[in-house]
Design a protein around this ligand. Structure first.
Ligand code: ASP
Ligand code: MG
Length: 442
């Protein structure tokens, strides 16, 4: 049978009103049943992390204040939907468990990643039970199938084990069956709860789509699909009706926030259609991400992406390759994202986005050792299948910008994108100009 998997993020299930909208979508998209993945109610994951941190530093009072707020909000939403009583049997033990976990953390004076994952599971499970009632489906615990390693907080999926465990689900999900499950949770071979990392529910949905041989996975979010540019900088930004997986990968690598980068790989392996749609406007245009690239004319650019907050570190040619590689490694270990490492006989340039306090400190150490470090840069990427046939088109677009201080060209192994560095302060000017030139045509 042809199975569809739908995923709703926190904001799409964040209130009674949002859940009513999601229910309408589930009814129209899954008249024959299927699988729905839901994240915790909007803000819940942040609240649980806050409660764990408080408990870990011994402040149980604050942890319990946060828990009480979380509980009150959930009960209010459930009450609004008329499901308060129906949820009591499932929810009461979950609230009690979270309370116990926080008490344990406070007693030990530490919130280990393993304990935190156990606490985060409560948020996802509360929401999946609520959504199951709203959608008139059955709750199933995703930990039965989402087998991972034991890297708590950012567990890696074990694909073969997932496929094997999903056998029962594949059989059970026959026409007429509607199941609702949690986002971003997994379990170790010993059955201990893990999480896939923040924002990991898109990845849960696509991994499940792969393991269940789904035809289509739909990610329901709060934008009209994947856009041609950031609408806060480009008023003419519009949804891209169809794009290739390669374009989607390049876009998320260079800053588009719509899809989690890890969520794309399963579609590449399994070949299902991945759809991004807007919960607030279900009938607005959506984006289909296809394993086989849609037709594009040579040189055509589909989207302009950017990421600000980039720092550059320059290594003299005399340093050789070892120090920049070493620096890149320690920055990444500290949580930085690497956007470029370009080496030529004239020296090596490393472009990173620090992301964490620890990475900023590593950058500070590099600067103190005498290396040239500059913050305040941004990376802009032109992305499009059309660049495969005519890569020089991207250079023509760049040349047309005229006298701009371009800090370096980043051409990676992706043939569907070209990226370059510009001072952050130029983004507001360059992104709209590039969009109207490359995406809208001259
Ligand atoms: N609820 C989790 C988070 O907020 C997972 C997700 O939303 O994808 O990170
Ligand atoms: Mg979320």
């Amino acid at each position: 049978m042809s199975l569809k998997v739908l995923k709703f993020g926190g904001s799409s299930v964040g209130s009674a009103e949002a859940l009513r909208r999601a229910t309408t979508i589930v009814r129209s998209e899954l008249p024959q049943g299927g699988l729905v993945v839901v994240s915790a109610l909007k803000g819940t994951t942040d609240q649980i992390i806050e409660a764990c941190s408080a408990a870990g530093r011994g402040d149980l009072a604050w942890a319990q204040t946060v828990l009480a707020a979380l509980q009150a909000r959930h009960l209010e939403v459930a009450g609004d939907l008329g499901h308060r009583e129906g949820l009591q049997a499932a929810w009461d033990p979950l609230f009690a468990r979270l309370d116990q976990l926080l008490t344990g953390m406070a007693m030990l004076g530490e919130a280990t990643p393993r304990a935190r994952d156990a606490a985060l599971a409560v948020g996802e499970t509360l929401s999946a039970h609520l959504a199951a009632l709203c959608f008139e489906g059955t709750f199933q615990d995703v930990r039965e199938v989402m087998k991972t390693d034991a890297r708590f907080g950012k567990a890696r999926p074990r694909l073969e084990a997932i496929r094997e465990a999903a056998g029962v689900w594949r059989e059970a999900l026959s026409p007429g069956v509607l199941w609702v499950t949690q986002g971003f949770l997994g379990s170790t071979p010993e059955g201990v709860t893990t999480t896939l990392g923040r924002g990991g529910s898109d990845t849960s949905a696509t991994l499940l789509g792969e393991a269940l041989d789904a035809q289509e996975v739909q990610i329901w979010t709060d934008v009209d699909g994947v856009l041609t540019a950031d609408p806060s900088l480009v008023r003419a930004a519009r949804p891209i009706p169809q794009m290739s997986l390669g374009e989607a990968e390049a876009l998320s690598a260079f800053g588009a926030r719509v899809l989690h980068a890890d969520s794309l790989a399963p579609g590449g392996r399994a070949g299902f259609r991945l759809v991004v749609a807007n919960t607030l406007r279900p009938d607005a245009s959506r984006t289909e991400i296809l394993p086989v690239p849609p037709a594009r004319s040579a040189g055509e650019v589909t989207s302009v992406a950017y990421k600000e907050g980039i720092s550059l570190v320059r290594f003299p040619a005399s340093a050789g390759l070892e120090p920049p590689l070493e620096a890149a490694r320690s920055l990444e270990e500290a949580g930085a994202l690497r956007f470029g490492l370009i080496s030529s006989p004239a020296g090596t340039l490393l472009a990173v986005r620090p992301e964490t306090h620890a990475a900023t400190e590593v950058l500070g150490t590099l600067a103190a050792s005498g290396l040239a470090c500059e913050s305040g840069w941004a990376v802009i990427a032109l992305v499009g299948e059309g660049l495969r046939a005519d890569p020089v088109a991207a250079l023509r677009h760049l040349a047309a910008l005229g006298d701009e201080p371009i800090g370096g060209l980043l051409t990676g192994s992706s043939t569907v994108s070209i990226a370059f560095l510009v001072p952050e302060s130029r983004l507001g000017n360059l992104i709209p100009r590039l969009h109207s030139r490359c995406v809208d045509g001259l």
